[in-house]
Ligand binder design. Structure first.
Ligand code: ADP
Ligand code: MG
Length: 673
């Protein structure tokens, strides 16, 4: 330990004019002055007893001495440095490295074992785990608790608990032991043991400040200071300068410290601990896990909130995505820019119109229109060898594969020239191929009889799938439009319907309006035709599905937020329930950042476990949906996103309670307020 040259005549602790008021007249509470100007010097190695009746202000004084509380007025110099200038980290350093507290009520953490309670100050000072455990155990052994290392405080007697707290005070050296009524709750035998221990420590060079209302107890100290109504009314130290010399001369034997009780100067501007971050996180996670286990019901309810949030995000996104994919698939097969057109009797009565080649040529001129494809299609008897079947024979131009985004998987489609030359060619749908040529993987060159004419097979279309609407395109055969009119549909004077492809999906409605305008003009104002806007319908459906997906996502997000609020609620309760624990941790030297980290770790542990369980349950729900035939699409991104959201939500909502905990005033926290 690097120690600055500390003047032996300089007091370790120097109080001047210390006052402490409670209450705030501004907010209606009467102002109570508990300490009325305390002047006190304490030298290194002294064994001082502060004695006074109950309510005289002893504990208030001790809290100020131990930097658990700040005075309302007056100055406090520690090794010559003004404590009022210290930031919260420097004060935590003092509590951790300089002081060791022993309280009347022991103030052990109920959920931790004796050994873990003793280790705590060393956790915050960054001693590696192995050394920490070893030191805690040897201290407990020396104090006669070697058999009780793993016991929780409620499994120990009062005297044993007080010895654990003395071991804790010694963990980081215990240069100055502040003991507030250490024997107050003990029977006379245990009390005597504790006093013997303190005397031993004093002999070993520790500075001991003992607070008691009992004059007999006080008499065991080297110097007795009497306090009454917040004023020092007596001090047995005739020659205070003599005290440090006497104390430092005493060799340290009983505690085996072997140290001169000299402290390093207080580090300013924050003190980083030597422990690597992961070790601190592990430590925080360990104690968080313990807290969660101790409150199983509450933990599982909180987890449930997070799990529901994560599951709903995952499942809803999967359903939304499934629905969207379905529409996209439909768009792919139907095209997003497709209009259908046919003749029909006008609403005003009269015969249906005729859609002529000239009409179609006029439409082809329109800038909004890319392709115009007349179609004739009817069930016709198709024969190969002895097999015959009624097949829907689809007669259209060579543009069919382009319009329908569909390609042959075998051979080729016919060309524009072949169409104009009335070439007798046929391309088979996937199922038609299976039907007529079950044993011929490659039927190219074979002749099919369609109606009464022979057509040569030149291609087989790829499989379209079951999504192609009312008619199954896979069942059909495809022939050129002109040869269809010439050889199969001789009676037909006009197309059954016309497929119009707009320039793009953005202009389908303009294209529809343009077709309407042109045909109306050409048909002398008679609306003897109909236009079906399939693209607009699909687009509308896509938009609906999209907004549904967004809605689902929103609902899911809300449930995740609700889960997060649950985490916050529980964390706030935890903080309230554990104020005393927080106070103890602060008294043994935890920094605000340590407390913040601990509670954030607890929040993240809850959300991490909730997120993990949520992922598993979400996958299970998804599996059930898939089995039930609901179209769901799971994406790793959505799952990772939901998980990340859960963790972030936990951190965000856990931050506020954690901050609340870290900002607690040590004295108030210790009082469990
Ligand atoms: P002792 O330890 O000597 O018994 P304390 O220092 O605990 O006395 O208290 C001294 C006086 O200060 C008591 O009268 C007590 O009521 C008062 N006091 C202590 N803490 C507070 C507080 N937080 N608010 C108001 N009064 C307090
Ligand atoms: Mg008291």
């Amino acid at each position: 330990m690097v120690s600055g040259p500390v003047d032996a005549n300089q007091p370790l602790i120097a109080l001047r004019g210390i006052r402490k008021h409670y209450g705030d007249p501004a907010s209606g509470q009467p102002l109570v002055t508990v300490l009325h100007g305390i002047d006190l010097d304490i030298y290194a190695g002294e064994f001082v007893a502060v004695v006074g009746s109950s309510g005289s202000g002893k504990s208030t004084l001790m809290n100020i001495l131990g930097c658990l509380d700040r005075p309302s007025d007056g100055s406090y110099h520690f090794q010559g440095q003004d404590v009022a200038q210290f930031d919260s980290d420097a004060l935590a350093w003092l509590r951790r490295e300089a002081f060791g507290f022993v309280f009347q009520g022991y103030h052990l953490i109920a959920s931790e074992s004796a050994s873990e309670n003793v280790e705590m100050p060393a956790i915050y000072s960054g001693l590696p785990k192995g050394e920490r455990v070893q030191r805690a155990q040897s201290l407990l052994q020396r104090l006669g608790l070697g058999e009780r290392l793993g016991n929780r405080p409620n499994q120990l007697s009062g005297g044993q608990q007080q010895r654990v707290s003395i071991a804790r005070a010694l963990m980081n050296g215990g240069h100055i032991i502040l003991a507030d009524e250490p024997t107050g709750a003990l029977d006379s035998h245990s009390g005597a043991e504790v006093m013997a221990l303190l005397r031993e420590l004093a002999a070993a060079g520790h500075t001991i400040i003992l607070i008691t209302h009992d004059r007999e107890v006080a008499a065991q100290a080297q110097r007795v200071i009497e306090i009454s109504d917040g004023r020092i009314v007596g001090d047995s130290a005739s020659q205070p300068e003599a005290a440090p010399a006497a104390a430092t001369a005493t060799a340290s034997a009983s505690t085996g410290e072997g140290t001169r009780m000299q402290l390093a100067p207080v580090p300013q501007g924050g003190s980083a601990s030597a422990t690597p971050l992961w070790a601190e996180l592990l430590e925080a996670a360990r104690s968080a896990w313990r807290g969660m286990r101790l409150n199983r019901v509450r933990t599982s309810l909180t987890l449930l909130g997070i799990v529901i949030g994560v599951v709903s995000v995952i499942v809803m996104l999967a359903i939304g995505e499934g629905a969207r994919r379905k529409v996209v698939e439909q768009m792919g097969t139907m095209g997003t820019a497709i209009l259908y057109m046919g003749s029909k009797p006008p609403a005003t009565g009269g015969p249906a119109g005729q859609i002529t080649e000239e009409d179609l040529d006029a439409l082809r001129e329109l800038p909004e229109i890319r392709r115009v494809m007349p179609v004739i299609g009817d069930p016709v008897t198709v024969r190969y060898g002895n097999a015959d079947k009624q097949v829907y024979v689809f007669a259209a131009s060579e543009e069919m594969p382009l319009v329908h985004h569909w390609k042959p998987k075998l051979g080729r489609y016919y060309t524009d020239t072949e169409d104009r030359d009335l070439a007798p060619l046929v391309v088979l749908g996937h199922k038609a191929h299976k039907h007529f040529f079950p044993d011929t993987p490659n039927p190219l060159g074979r002749q099919l009889i369609i109606g009464t004419s022979a057509f040569e097979v030149i291609g087989v279309m790829s499989e379209r799938g079951a999504d192609s609407g009312a008619q199954d395109y896979d069942d059909m055969v495809f022939i050129p439009y002109q040869s269809g009119r010439a050889r199969v549909y001789q009676a037909q004077t006009q197309p059954d319907y016309v497929v119009v492809e707009a320039m793009s999906s953005e202009v389908v409605n303009e294209a529809e309006a343009a077709i309407h305008r042109v045909l109306l003009a050409r048909h002398g104002g008679r609306e003897d035709f109909g236009i079906g806007n399939a693209a607009a319908r699909i687009q509308a459906e896509a938009a609906t599905r999209q907004s549904m997906a967004v809605m689902l996502g929103l609902i899911a997000a809300v449930s995740l937020v609700v889960g997060g609020i649950g985490v916050m609620n529980v964390m706030l309760m935890t903080v309230r329930e554990r104020t005393r624990e927080i106070g103890i941790r602060m008294a043994v030297g935890a920094r605000q950042s340590d407390i913040l980290r601990q509670f954030l770790t607890e929040a993240s542990l809850v959300t991490l476990s909730g997120g993990t369980v949520g992922l598993v349950v979400g996958a299970l729900v998804g599996a059930v949906l898939v089995l039930a035939g609901v179209p769901v699409v799971f994406s790793i991104r959505a799952m990772a996103g939901a998980f990340a959201c859960a963790v972030v939500t936990g951190l965000v909502f856990g931050y506020m309670p954690a901050k609340t905990a870290a900002r607690l005033d040590p004295v108030r926290a210790l009082a469990g307020e």
